[in-house]
Design a protein around this ligand. Structure first.
Ligand SMILES: C[S@@+](CC[C@H](N)C(=O)[O-])C[C@H]1O[C@@H](n2cnc3c(N)ncnc32)[C@H](O)[C@@H]1O
Length: 212
């Protein structure tokens, strides 16, 4: 087989990246380059993600940055999406990245340290074991359907805190199926929002709710 056929083309940095990351663009570039270099070999991202790494992943996560404040717990951070990306854009917000897999927590710890992100704590744990009622905002991306995610994510938010869950095109169907989980977790102000509209990039949909 021609070896070149196995090489994925890496997406060039889109011009919107500078607008989204501002003076933190250098850190975003370093993190993205580390993902390109090691993400696949360390089992953090698939090869199919490289041609859309900036747009689908890095910028997509960063779009939620303006919605954050205080202490954020990111459930299932994996490669650092969205936890590391958001910690880059918002050095004024503290992040606890909750991830059970050791090779992923090793990666998250290395990235936090290499990038000098003093606002990041990495916790090797499942969400079910993480400190409860501690976060102002709980984030998660690609961790599970709302029926399963809400019961493990909501207890991590303080009363009056918020869930901010990255979701894809199926979010409306997920919300419809998750009505019992929404009621049990005493969620209020439940809504789906589109982030990034009007910007020169692919938007993202987030599930937002207040935890009572
Ligand atoms: C598909 S990956 C997504 C990773 C990352 N959030 C992203 O968007 O690329 C799901 C991640 O959730 C983690 N995970 C699965 N169950 C979990 C749980 N109960 N608590 C915390 N993390 C969990 C997995 O170890 C994995 O790293």
């Amino acid at each position: 087989m021609d070896p070149s056929s196995e090489i994925s083309i890496v997406e060039a940095e889109p011009s919107i990246a500078r607008e989204v990351f501002g003076d933190r663009i250098g850190l975003a570039r370093r993190f993205t380059a580390a993902l390109v270099d090691q993400g696949e070999v360390r089992g953090l991202i698939g090869p199919l993600e490289l041609p859309r790494l900036w747009t689908r992943h890095v910028i997509n996560c960063a779009l939620a940055a303006p919605l954050l404040h205080g202490a954020v717990t990111d459930v299932g951070s994996g490669a650092g999406l969205p936890g590391i990306v958001l910690a880059i854009v918002r050095p004024d917000v503290s992040f606890t990245l909750v991830e059970p897999m050791e090779r992923r927590t090793d990666w998250l710890q290395e990235q936090a340290s290499d990038l000098g992100l003093s606002n990041v704590i990495v916790l090797r744990a499942r969400a079910e074991e993480a400190p409860r009622a501690a976060a102002d905002i709980v984030t998660a991306r690609a961790v599970g359907a709302l029926t399963k995610l809400i019961p493990i994510a909501a207890p991590l938010a303080r009363r009056g805190g918020e869930l901010l869950l990255f979701k894809g095109a199926t979010v409306d169907a997920e919300v419809a199926k998750a009505q019992r989980a929404i009621a049990r977790a005493r969620l209020a102000d439940v809504r789906v929002e589109e982030l990034g509209t009007g910007m020169a990039t692919e938007g993202t949909r987030v599930f937002r709710a207040t935890v009572n």
